[in-house]
Design a protein around this ligand. Structure first.
Ligand code: GDP
Length: 326
């Protein structure tokens, strides 16, 4: 596991390292034999040994695995303490003798790549399968699935279309009568992307909101093939209470969760409440810290530039491949 001793504190919050797994998941988290193509391990310099501490600093921009199709804008450095990285099971993050922390971290994320990343990461085909109104109605073929959920207007349809490289596939979920359904899209005939109804729609009547809660929470709690929820959060604005409540509920119920920060291309200060996406992302981490024993994985994305697209797919592949093996 971590083989790092006596690191200096630098300018970061000191957070004691907690155990890597919060629970024995239903079937969760990562791992296959080869990485997608041939990513080079990245060496992240860390500081000279100093007084005893559990903190270490990495900079995400130094540590990226980049795939060819993303046109990510230049990214600002985000400094992360080691405890804020998402380290999959069966994955080591260690320091070598000369104080170099070696890890493969997905660009614009806190996610360390494991040996399970890669197999089937690319989307070759995608098709809408069905809309279900209850968990019991969902497909019963046992394929692993990832559920996308977020506030209305967060960019869920855009992200889904960007992931499958189809301009209008997610429109299916927006057709009358289907917005309040669990919509299954089969990918490569081997796994599902699941589009769940958006929450927090101000105009929705109270009863509809209660129903939504009951319905999606039942799905989260009782769907055995759910590998991870992907909770979408708009990074162009400060954290919203409803998103924090949602993350809190998932954390308390130990539902595996990945945070997908959307609209990271919206960088103009005036329009986004004075903070850049990177700052909103960091703030969100701080606000949800107490809900989780270990840092949940997160990825910064944009459906306009396709930033984060390949990273999400690679992360999904490691979660999926691990799930299939355990
Ligand atoms: P949904 O209601 O969550 O499905 O959200 P949509 O995908 O329909 O997007 C809502 C609005 O946000 C639309 O006007 C999109 O064009 C816009 N949008 C979605 N994703 C992005 C993004 O990554 N960057 C920017 N700048 N706008 C986005």
């Amino acid at each position: 596991m971590f083989i790092i001793h006596q690191l200096p504190r630098l300018q970061f919050l000191h957070i004691p390292i907690s155990p890597l797994t919060t629970r024995k998941p239903k079937k969760l988290y990562l791992i296959t034999s080869t990485l997608l193509s041939n990513p080079t391990p990245v060496s992240i310099p860390i500081s000279e040994p100093g007084p005893a501490s559990n903190s270490v600093t990495v900079t995400t921009s130094l540590s990226h695995f980049s795939t060819s199709s993303s046109q990510s804008p230049p990214q600002e450095n985000i400094q992360l303490s080691l405890e804020k990285l998402f380290v999959p099971p069966e994955t080591e993050v260690s320091s070598s003798e000369n104080g170099i922390l070696s890890a493969r971290i997905l660009r614009g994320s806190n996610i360390v790549l494991s040996k399970y990343a890669g197999g089937g990461a690319e989307v070759v085909n995608a098709e809408f399968v069905k809309s279900s109104v209850t968990t019991e109605d969902c497909p019963s073929d046992g394929l692993p699935e990832f559920a996308l959920v977020g506030r209305s207007n967060v960019g869920k349809s855009s992200l889904l279309n960007s992931l499958v490289r189809r301009k209008r596939l997610a429109l299916t979920s927006k057709k009358p009568g289907k917005t309040q359904c669990i919509n299954h899209f089969r990918i490569n005939d081997s796994w599902y992307l699941v589009d769940l109804p958006g929450y927090g729609y101000a105009a929705a009547p109270h009863e509809v909101r209660i129903d939504w809660d009951k319905f999606t929470k039942d799905y989260f709690l009782n769907r055995p093939t759910l590998v991870s929820v992907f909770l979408l959060v708009d990074a162009s604005i400060p954290a919203k209470k409803i998103d924090l409540e949602y993350a809190s509920w998932l954390g308390q119920n130990q539902i595996p969760m990945t945070l997908i920060f959307t609209k990271c291309d919206k960088r103009k200060k005036r329009k986004n409440g004075g903070k850049r996406p990177e700052e909103n992302v960091q703030d969100f981490q701080e606000l949800i810290r107490d809900f989780f024993q270990t840092a949940p994985p997160w990825i910064m994305t944009s459906s306009v530039t396709n930033q984060g697209r390949d990273e999400i797919l690679l992360h999904m592949s490691q979660l999926r491949n691990y799930w299939l093996k355990h």
